[in-house]
Design a protein around this ligand. Sequence first.
Ligand code: NDP
Length: 497
Amino acid sequence: MDGAVSDVAKRQDRSPVPSSFDYAPAPEARDLVRLEPRYGLFVGGEWVEPRSGEYETSVSPATEEPLAEFASANAEDVDVAVKTARDAFENGWSDLAPGERAKYLYRIARLLQERSREFAVLESLDGGKPIKESRDVDLPLAAAHFFYYAGWADKLEYAFPNRNPRPLGVAAQVIPWNFPLLMLSWKIAPALATGNTVVLKPAETTPLSALLFCDVLRQAGLPPGVVNIVTGDGRAGAALVKHPDVDKVAFTGSTEVGKEIQRAIAGSGKKLTLELGGKAANVIFDDAALDQAVEGVINGIYFNQGHVCCAGSRLLVQESIQEQLIAKLKRRMGTLRVGDPLDKNTDVGAINSREQLEKIRELVASGEEEGAEIYQPPCRLPEKGWFFPPTVFTSVAQSYRIAQEEIFGPVLSVLTFRTPDEAVEKANNTAYGLSAGVWTEKGSRILSMAQRLRAGVVWANTFNRFDPASPFGGYKESGFGREGGLHGLEPYVRFDE
Ligand code: NDP
């Protein structure tokens, strides 16, 4: 018997199975993307030099290396782009047979699919998000959005029966840096499907996928001037939304800038949709499938480094399961791989900019000062670039800044509740109202919670799931108007009733 045991022990000693399962690097090929050293503005289907004469540099947040220069538009540049879009609207695009418009949208969708690997690499390079997210989420969803609205383009009479929907004219669209290409798709696809033309301004830190998208527009043969891309900083965005010849403004970004835009265009008659910040509650009841819920919590807050307006940044857990759930959560956090966004194993990539990293650090410091307990799993951050470890705060009071303010980073605040009423009250105790999550095995509880939570989207036993057919948007300081689905057409049409 003794001999048998020692044989087993010996075999184990010689076993080729390693004692730890560290992943070998699996970098995606960076040379799939060929960048120009410098980009102008895309106006009237051409690259034009900015009248401002100014350029900025987009850098990789993971390495801080410069990637390419892009034009910094001023008010005069914006004016030219809006005039070009107006011209394209009046001379062809708005009168085009809807079925013809649909063909362009289908072409764009198919081209995005064909070139998805190239776009995914660029999105991760310029924005810092893990390649597996760009590849499996951003790109498929961006293409799906164009496919979806291509389908609506010639069916508007069915979307709005007996109301004679007509396009508005020129849409001014300003997008943020967390999902650059996906937000571009959310904006451009419904605008074109309804017969409008577009001037879009991408965010200053992530302009490159929008600039590569101009190549897709050319490949698709989209008539010149129907989509114009003006890069630049917040001043270009402000000039665009305030331009008197714009009929519709669509903005995604911070609540602060959203309010500024609303004030700036009040009384102008421009249609406005605002998709702003969030502080979503992810509510876990004691009858939930806990392992599944932990995956949902991880996905809810660490997906895209927490740079997600609908991130589940407040975890509300029923008191009786708090200890068990937090232990599982911490164990799972320990398996998250933080690092090179272009590595296919990476779960948490780079923080989008130095400014955003500073903001996260400042809010995390406030959490510690106010008395919350911090946990960060041991992990080695890359020396270069902007990174922040996955973080969870327990013992959080509702008044703490980390429970109230949008951190927009990989930082979770945990609060507890005892009854469903308390959960609803705490979940709704926020200035925002963009999304929420409910974890329970009871269907009736899901329905009652979904009705009582003041949030535009309520996920049940899942989180951060998107579909172009499903409308998305907020209440309160999270903005108004819906993007996606049939609802997403309405902000782009007027009715000749
Ligand atoms: P902003 O709201 O400033 O940026 C969003 C977009 O608006 C960018 O394209 C920006 O240009 C542009 N912009 C800036 N100022 C104006 C203006 N006055 N008029 C018109 N357009 C303008 O967000 P930040 O990038 O500064 O991020 C700040 C915070 O906002 C984050 O920490 C996060 O909390 C939140 N945020 C929320 C998002 C969401 O989806 N809910 C998305 C992004 C940020 P430029 O990039 O050149 O400044």
